[in-house]
Design a protein around this ligand. Structure first.
Ligand code: ADP
Ligand code: MG
Length: 247
């Protein structure tokens, strides 16, 4: 029964996401289509033509941002739960974001304990990390430090990931709205969907998030996941390779 409940919960999450993606992307596509249609008219003045083209390009860029917040790195065949090496996954997302961090003069500091594993879908975990890390970078338009740490809890039951920035921070009311669909303070640069998606993925992975923030000081997200204990040598996995570790 428990499995069935978890499964229907996942299907609900996925179908809700699919519905939101198509809804969100439809607007910019409709606008773009409208402007392209008008561009077919050979008599429109050059000034208007430029405006239509610029708007169409902006709207397509916006559609791309929406898709990135939702599913930039998901490929259908990757949609499966496996044992994830937390350090490796974090390093992958930091690598992907390093041009963006450089562009914003953001320095990245990391302290990642080796050999810690959690259960999850690699593509979705990447998406979750990217959405949170990207917000951290965007909170520091004039530079700052993004710190990422991973360690296990004292009881060895959980894995704790800390993501901290020295950015603009959030007021208590903003913090309370985090993860609400379409809550964004970034005007047309934001979708207000990144945290919603990140929180949904965390829930699917049986993770928790704790957030704290101070205006003009920065923000810290603490992600907590159930820890997987690797089976010991000579038990079950004597000839198996788990993500590069030989038993
Ligand atoms: P978007 O980034 O498109 O605005 P998100 O769902 O990713 O949407 O984030 C929602 C809002 O939460 C942001 O617009 C911002 O106001 C706030 N926020 C999220 N992360 C941070 C952070 N690290 N520092 C400051 N504000 C943040
Ligand atoms: Mg965002």
């Amino acid at each position: 029964l428990r499995d069935a409940v978890v499964k229907s919960d996942k299907i609900e999450v996925i179908s809700h996401l699919a519905a939101s993606v198509s809804h969100e992307v439809r607007n910019p596509l409709t606008v773009t289509r409208g402007f392209l249609q008008m561009l077919k008219d050979p008599s429109i003045p050059e000034e208007k033509r430029q405006f239509y083209l610029d708007t169409a390009i902006d709207e397509l860029d916006r559609a791309e941002v929406i898709l990135k917040d939702y599913l930039s790195f998901s490929k259908p065949q990757h949609h499966q739960v496996s044992m994830l090496n937390v350090k490796t996954e974090i390093e992958k997302s930091l690598e992907l974001l390093s041009p963006y961090a450089n562009h914003n003069s953001v320095k990245v500091t990391k302290n990642l304990t080796e050999g810690l594993y959690i259960n999850g879908d690699a593509a979705k975990f990447q998406q979750c990390l990217l959405n949170i890390l990207k917000n951290g970078i965007e909170a520091m338009p004039n530079g700052g430090t993004l710190t990422v740490q991973v360690h296990q809890s004292k009881t060895s039951k959980s894995i704790i990931i800390n993501i901290e920035d020295t950015g603009i921070g959030m007021s208590a009311s903003q913090l309370a709205k985090l993860g609400e669909p379409y809550f964004s303070t970034k005007k047309d640069k934001g979708t207000g969907l990144g945290m919603l998606v990140a929180f949904k993925i965390l829930k699917e992975m049986n993770g928790f998030v704790d957030s704290s923030s101070e205006v003009n000081k920065g923000t810290r997200f603490t992600l907590i996941f159930p820890m997987i204990n690797l089976p010991y040598k000579n038990e079950i996995l004597s000839n198996t390779t788990v993500k590069g570790i030989n038993y």
